[in-house]
Design a protein around this ligand. Structure first.
Ligand SMILES: [Zn+2]
Length: 787
């Protein structure tokens, strides 16, 4: 699963079910082995959000005298009948979100049991299934129904065993209107038109023609990966080796398919090569749907949000291709082939999938691209950890993606790629089509390398936090020795939560780091093991005084680093250190030295000449506080950088710097830049520098289309900061395009803007139902905020 929460730049809060409380802290006990489910659904009703279901479950008893079976089944599913062998009715009860089926006679140990549950599902949209009607007049809003799946979704529409540790096979048979394509897991068995509905009564409109589609998942998988999508979709297909690779999109999105999804076969090849395990399913499909939470790795049949980038959006490296596609694909190994045994080890799914996405870009574009991916994870991990500190392997951990990826990258650096990938191969093959815990991964490393990494697992996976290191240097020129005092300052302040859980932050983190000392007479490296709260590292034999000290070359340890250094050392490191985390740390140090001309020139040099765009962009952003005479020429040069990320950082910094020259540079970018993100930042900058003179640009921005509406959103934000009557008219004109204009008008109205209020009131009765909905929601939201 990959939710948008972490990356959405929209001002509108994203509704998401990704933050639902997971159920299943520990592996639950049950007394059968789920073998197969035949799931038949039909009669979907988009007005009532209902459907009919018929599920035949085959399982094997795991105890003598098994007289009743408990399945997970949402309470809103109305059971019509439960029948056993020869259609004999069986008694059942419905405690909570379960069904208890009483068998006609007790089953013995290892006896096979089969029964059928016939039911009507009346669903709350978004709980189990998502129903969408077509909205005439609204582009791309097609009729569809799909399942959410994930950690607690499927029992809300089918009776099944919901926990991840009992794998089964299944058939999914869906009868839907003829215009809708059905996509599910496994192999497409058949797709047949149904005979016309009989007995159409006079006065009733004839029912639309339907077809029945049957898919078969023939290799065992966890039931949270069962998927159904029915939507008007067009299939674009290619192959990777002997595996069909299918993309299901709306017909109008045809031209966007290959630039986006065309990377998939190469990713399948790369993941196969790295793990030594061939893509394990009979096909791979990626299907786009409306208003999805991001992506869900349903086995062999990933579901994705329908935001296909257009050609221009690739200048801004869209998250969709960068993270979403490789992440969900990696789950086909990590999560689907080998699955966490319970949700407390969820990081084995999410952390490893997230890690693999970075590995793909590293394999394709080299070291900087790999560092780039994990630097982003690092930032998001630090932000999450500062809100709530939880271990990686913990129920409801907030860092399963970010810290999971970072810890795997550390492990890879620690073991080296050969041993690391051999351990991953052992983990995957040992638990193929099965389940694993965090300790199973440790044992795979032990088996392959002979190394007991208990210490690594204890501090990085079972304990919380990270080392906060303070390094103090002292150089003795007589003996040519550099002494570094390293103190670990992290505090264990956590108290037990309401459930009694308390997580330890270790007083001491252990691990190897390399110190690299640069001198005029060459570089000296020393590898040391950190293993004490305070320790002294001595690097002797230096033939000249240090001109650079890199603490933890290659960033082998996840950490926060405090290390006061002369600007000269930092400047040298910035030009010489290839590691992006290290460079980024150096840039942060230099950014605060705004009165230091050497810091300014080091940043300016990196902004213009660094060999990777991310370092250039960070250096550009760091110039914000420096004197204009230093910053402006570099920012103007950065506006001509080949990378949109650098130009975007420059435009944002121009907005912060202000003044006529900055305004002119930002205005030029707004008019001419080919990137959506750069134009959005430039528009924001222009409006921040001069809100009155920028009105024509903001007005134009309101009606400028862009991927994910980045330009329109920047214009809406500018209009809300500094409204006038033309801009309010402009907001009113685009009320039908997305919800943000309604929210902006409601905010303005709550501040006493009567024109905004009048506009909103006028649209409470808008002819477009979605506009009425948005306007009412926006008004309600403002009322809630007003005391
Ligand atoms: Zn995921």
């Amino acid at each position: 699963m990959r939710s948008l929460l972490a990356t959405a730049s929209s001002l509108v809060a994203q509704q998401s079910n990704a933050e639902r409380i997971l159920s299943g802290r520990a592996t639950p006990s049950h007394d059968y082995d789920l073998i197969h489910q035949r799931i038949e659904v039909g009669n979907f009703d988009w007005d009532a959000t209902s459907f009919d279901g018929n599920v035949t479950t085959t399982l094997v008893s795991l105890r003598p005298g098994l007289d009743s079976i408990v399945l997970d089944m949402g309470r809103r599913l109305a059971v019509r009948s439960v029948t056993g062998a020869r259609s004999a009715p069986l008694r059942f009860t419905r405690p909570g979100d379960t069904i208890v089926v009483r068998l006609a006679k007790p089953a013995g140990f290892r006896d096979t049991v089969r029964f059928t549950i016939d039911y009507q599902g009346r669903i709350t949209h978004g709980r189990g299934l998502y129903f969408f009607k077509a909205e005439p007049g609204r582009p791309r809003h097609h009729q569809q129904v799909y399942s959410g799946g994930g950690t607690d979704g499927n029992p809300n529409w089918i009776p099944t065993y919901g926990a991840p540790h009992d794998k089964a096979t299944w058939d999914l048979i869906a009868r839907v209107p003829a215009a809708l394509t059905v996509v599910s897991n496994g192999r497409l068995v058949s797709d047949r038109p149904d005979p016309p509905a009989r007995g159409a009564r006079a006065g009733r409109p004839p029912k639309p023609r339907t077809h029945t589609v049957r898919w078969s998942q023939e290799r065992p998988a966890s039931t949270y990966l069962i998927s159904l999508v029915a939507a008007p979709l067009r299939k674009v297909t290619e192959r990777w080796r002997d595996v069909p690779v299918d993309y299901y999109v709306y017909s109008e999105d045809g031209p966007k398919v290959r630039p986006l999804f065309g990377v998939t076969p190469d990713m399948m090849e790369t993941f196969t090569r790295l793990t030594g395990v061939k893509y394990p399913w009979v096909k791979y499909s990626q299907t786009v749907v409306r208003d999805f939470i991001g992506g869900m790795e349903n086995v062999g049949a990933t579901t994705l949000v329908d935001w296909l980038p257009d050609a221009r959006a690739y200048r801004d490296r869209p998250w969709y291709r960068q993270s979403l596609i490789p992440h969900e694909l990696a789950h086909q190994w990590f999560g689907n082939y080998v699955t966490t045994e319970n949700w407390s080890n969820y990081w084995l799914n999410e952390g490893l999938a997230e890690f693999m996405a970075g590995q793909y870009w590293g394999a394709r574009h080299g070291r900087h691209a790999e560092d780039d991916f994990y630097l982003d994870e690092y930032r998001r991990f630090m932000a999450a950890d500062s809100r709530r500190r939880v271990p990686l392997a913990a129920f409801n951990s907030n860092n399963v993606y970010t810290k999971g990826a970072l810890v795997m990258q550390m492990l890879k650096k620690h073991l080296g790629p050969e041993r690391f990938w051999a351990a991953i191969n052992r983990y995957l093959t040992r638990h193929a089509f099965g389940n694993a815990t965090s300790d199973d991964l440790r044992r795979a490393v032990l088996h392959v390398t002979g190394k007991n990494l208990d210490w690594f697992w204890d501090q990085w996976i079972y304990a919380a936090g990270y080392p906060e290191l303070t390094v103090t240097p002292a150089y003795d020129s007589v003996s040519g020795t550099l002494a570094l005092t390293v103190r670990q300052t992290q505090m264990d302040t956590a108290r037990a939560d309401s459930a009694g859980a308390r997580f330890i932050t270790p007083a001491v983190f252990q691990g190897p780091v390399t110190v690299r000392v640069g001198t005029a007479a060459g570089d000296v490296r020393k590898r040391v093991r950190l293993d004490r709260r305070e320790q002294l590292i001595e690097i002797s034999g230096l033939k000249a005084q240090p001109s650079m000290v890199v603490f933890d070359e290659n960033n082998a340890m996840l950490k926060a680093l405090t290390f006061e250094q002369p600007t000269r050392w930092l400047a040298n490191q910035l030009s010489r250190d290839p590691d992006l985390w290290n460079r980024s740390w150096v840039i942060d140090q230099l950014a605060g030295r705004t009165g230091d001309s050497l810091a300014a020139s080091a940043l300016a040099q990196a902004a213009r000449g660094s060999d990777y765009y991310l370092s250039r962009a960070q250096a550009v952003a760091a110039l914000r506080g420096f004197p204009l005479a230093v910053a402006l020429p570099t920012l103007e040069a950065a506006m001509r950088d080949t990378s949109a990320t650098v130009r975007e950082a420059a435009a944002t910094t121009l907005g912060a710097v202000g003044g006529a020259r900055a305004h002119a540079a930002a205005l030029g970018a707004w008019k001419r830049d080919p990137s959506y993100a750069v134009r959005a930042s430039a528009l924001t900058a222009v409006a921040l520098i001069d809100s009155v003179r920028s009105r024509p640009q903001v007005l134009a921005g309101l009606s400028t289309p862009s991927y994910r509406d980045v330009i329109q959103n920047a214009a809406i934000a500018a209009a809300a900061r500094s409204p006038d009557s033309t801009l309010i008219d402009g907001l009113e004109k685009i009320l039908g395009e997305q919800q943000l204009p309604s929210l902006a008008l409601a905010t303005l109205a709550s501040r006493g803007d009567t024109q905004a209020l009048t506009a909103l009131v006028r649209h409470r009765d808008d002819s477009r139902p979605w506009v009425r909905r948005w306007v009412l929601e926006a008004i309600e939201e403002q009322l809630e905020k007003t005391p």
